[in-house]
Design a protein around this ligand. Structure first.
Ligand code: NAP
Length: 351
């Protein structure tokens, strides 16, 4: 079965990566990219590097995309819209699909479907959830951390969260570490999206490194909730994000303390066992290097220890494993295709 795809979030960085991955996917065919600002403009105006894949495609309005729904029985909807807008627009498209009697499989990369509880969302994001009635239809998790899901749609945990969850969940699930975990993580500038800001401007970012929102970042409560959902255990999480002098990638360093009686080898065994059959997650002896995974859906972990102190390094590409690739991994899973379909391109190495 092949499926037509609608992409939401038009000219954004994650949308661009979704388009690049859809072009390489054997089962997905692009049937519309919804923009709020560039309707009628060629995709190549926003994404010149994609001109060869989509020479004739133009951005469309939400209304025009909805009119196309009757053309197929089963659609894939990939949202890379901003949080706060995504849920409402997804709900409008799902409502239109219900009316037209067609099926949609949706995956959202925004934060809108990460909390199961709309009150928890409102507390962190400062506004009411955009589509609370649709929340029970979404499961937020990394595909590596659940065998299957009951809901028709999925939500991506996000980029920083992916880097943290990959290292934390196996150790907490195996009850090997104290429930007090600290993370220091560095992100590339694409993590902040396409709209220029002081902190993403080249003179500020180039050859620079700075922390921000230490212990106050909105992703910390999301990660706590997702660790609890994946393991049934709650943790205290101290998270310090940093802005790094590179465009893409996240490098997270996770600090934890082994529980009494637990050994370093138990922690390493837990990581290896958890990801033995995971095609995109590697556990290696040496700390990961960003250039080995950047621009791919692969993630690399390593573990170091000194007595009862353990450190897990975790490296991902924020735009792919942390957003667009992880979302297509969910589509593969939800539609019963091989999990790796369209996602196995290796890193350029010398990006
Ligand atoms: N960047 C990352 O590394 C990353 C990682 C994980 C998750 N995410 C999440 O993925 C989403 C996209 O991130 P991004 O970095 O691609 O952001 P971005 O570069 O700022 O792009 C977002 C795009 O959404 C569209 N948009 C703006 N307002 C909208 C609205 N009201 N309704 C629908 N679309 C609207 C805009 O495109 P048009 O003007 O064409 O409409 C905009 O370019 C965000 O929710 C973000 O939190 C990002």
């Amino acid at each position: 079965m092949s499926a037509p795809v609608l992409v939401l979030g038009g000219t954004g960085y994650v949308a661009g990566e979704l388009l690049r991955l859809v072009a390489q996917h054997p089962e997905l065919t692009l049937r519309g990219v919804i923009s709020t600002s560039q309707v009628g403009e060629p995709l190549a105006a926003a994404f010149p590097h994609l001109a060869a894949c989509y020479p004739d495609e133009r951005f469309v309005s939400l209304e025009a995309a909805v009119e196309r729904l009757g053309d197929a029985e089963h659609w894939v909807l990939l949202s890379a819209a901003p949080h706060g807008a995504s849920a409402e627009v997804i709900a409008r498209i799902l409502d239109a699909a219900d009316t037209a009697g067609v099926r949609i499989t949706a995956v959202d990369t925004s934060a809108d479907f990460r909390f199961a509880d709309p009150e928890a969302y409102a507390k962190v994001y400062g506004h009411p959830h955009g589509a609370p009635a649709r929340l029970p239809e979404f499961t937020c998790a990394l595909p590596e951390h659940v065998k299957s899901i009951e809901t028709p749609h999925a939500a991506h945990p996000g980029c920083f969260a992916t880097s943290m969850l990959l290292g934390i969940v196996p150790l907490v699930a195996a009850d090997l570490v104290e429930p007090e975990i600290s993370v220091s993580a560095i992100t590339g500038s694409t993590g902040a999206g396409r709209t220029p800001k002081d902190t993403t401007h080249h003179p500020m970012r180039h050859n620079n490194l700075f922390g921000y929102q230490a212990l106050k970042h909105r992703h910390a409560p999301e990660v706590r909730a997702l660790v609890e959902a994946a393991t049934g255990r709650s943790i205290r999480l101290s998270f310090v994000p940093h802005s790094g002098p590179f465009a893409r990638g996240i490098y997270a360093t996770i600090f934890a303390r082994l529980k009494a009686g637990a050994r370093t080898s138990d922690a390493l065994d837990a990581l290896n066992a958890f990801y033995r059959d995971a095609p995109f997650v590697g556990v290696q002896a040496e700390p990961p290097r960003m250039k080995d995974i950047v621009a791919t859906n692969f993630a690399t972990l390593s573990l170091a220890a000194d007595g009862d102190v353990i450190v897990v390094h975790s490296a991902i590409d924020n735009l792919i494993k942390g957003a667009a690739g992880g979302s297509i991994q969910w589509v593969n899973r939800l539609l019963g295709w091989p999990e790796t379909s369209g996602l196995t391109a290796p890193a350029p190495g010398w990006l």
